[in-house]
Design a protein around this ligand. Structure first.
Ligand code: SF4
Ligand code: SF4
Length: 71
């Protein structure tokens, strides 16, 4: 799972985040720099810290009432 959001209004397409990500978690799609939902994000937050435009927000996801198999 990938836990980042990229603000398209702030991104200037410098591609530093793409180059810095160790798991290929950020890609260009339809001309936009976006998170690849299928990537195995390591939660290193490198992308967030390297972005000079503060366009990347990393967040925790809290799952409530997660179904238990067999319930
Ligand atoms: S580092 Fe920031 S400004 Fe550069 S491409 Fe990534 S999100 Fe956009
Ligand atoms: S937190 Fe790390 S692994 Fe995840 S998308 Fe950012 S740079 Fe890649």
């Amino acid at each position: 799972m990938i836990n980042i959001e990229i603000n398209q209004n702030l991104c200037d397409h410098c591609n530093l985040c793409i180059a810095s990500c160790p798991s290929g978690g950020i890609i260009v799609s339809n001309g936009k720099v976006v998170a690849d939902a299928s990537a195995d994000c390591r939660d290193c937050r490198t992308c967030e810290s390297i972005c000079g435009r503060n366009a990347i927000n990393w967040y925790y996801e809290i799952v409530l009432n997660k179904p238990v198999p067999g319930d």
